[in-house]
Design a protein around this ligand. Structure first.
Ligand SMILES: *Cc1c(COP(=O)(O)O)cnc(C)c1O
Length: 230
């Protein structure tokens, strides 16, 4: 199967999941998680009509940007972002999906102000309250959102989450439903219902995420094949 075939197959399953949930398939975006895949793979995904590409390592993204890997599609940063690498990402990507602390938010605001731009972001929710994972705990999310509203060079377009890897399917769906409920509540209370993106779901669970309200899924291996870690 080629990258193009894989994207077609994922799109079909996304559409079926949307229709089963009574939703419009056109309202759900497919982001290709292209980590560890080269510029040629990124270009193949763009040629096949991927809605955006997402990277999660700054160094890899910077190298592939220099090769023109993302020309023709929006670029998102979806991985853990260290504060000392913020300046390599702000202004270079269309959306930073993984803003999970007020410290990181402040650093992004500073870098965007310096460039005199407004950086679009999502707030990441650590819905499983995992020690080793970044993201706002649900209880800290509202304060984080208020802090973001006080940053004139940052615009919050929604939420992103990655549930605990060890969750059962049922637990995983429960996490998606919880994040969807937070999304609806915070959108109404603080953002005048202007949110655009609820980013959740990966290769193994994007249909369940769509059933629970995702408007953006991040799919890697189901598009690009298995990653080979060395
Ligand atoms: C790698 C990655 C994905 C995609 O993972 P797959 O299981 O390969 O689909 C999604 N989101 C983030 C943040 C990732 O790092």
């Amino acid at each position: 199967m080629s990258i193009c075939d894989n994207i077609g197959a994922v799109r079909e399953r996304m559409a079926a999941a949307a229709i089963a949930a009574g939703r419009d398939p056109g309202e759900i975006l497919l982001v290709g998680a292209s980590k560890m895949n080269d510029a040629a793979a990124c270009r193949a995904a763009i040629a096949a009509g991927i809605d955006a590409l997402g990277e999660n390592r700054v160094q890899e993204m910077t190298g592939k940007l220099a090769e023109g890997a993302y020309t023709g599609a929006p670029l998102h940063f979806i991985g853990h972002l260290q504060r000392n690498k913020v300046r390599q990402v702000v202004g270079k990507v269309d959306l930073i999906q993984s803003v999970g602390s007020e410290e990181l938010l402040a650093e992004i605001e500073k870098a965007a102000a310096k460039l005199e731009i407004v950086q679009d972001i999502l707030l990441e929710v650590n819905i499983g309250m995992e020690e080793a994972k970044s993201g706002f705990a649900p209880a800290a999310l509202y304060d984080g959102a208020r802090a973001a509203l006080n940053c004139p060079h940052v615009r919050v377009l929604g939420l992103m989450t990655i549930p605990p890897a060890e969750a059962s399917r049922e637990e995983n769906c429960g996490y998606f439903a919880e994040v969807h409920a937070l999304y609806v509540d915070i959108n109404a209370k603080l953002f005048h219902n202007n949110f655009k993106y609820l980013s959740m779901g990966m290769s193994g669970d994007y249909e369940d995420a769509i059933a629970n309200g995702a408007t953006m899924v991040r799919v890697g291996s189901a598009i690009f094949g298995a990653r080979h870690y060395t």
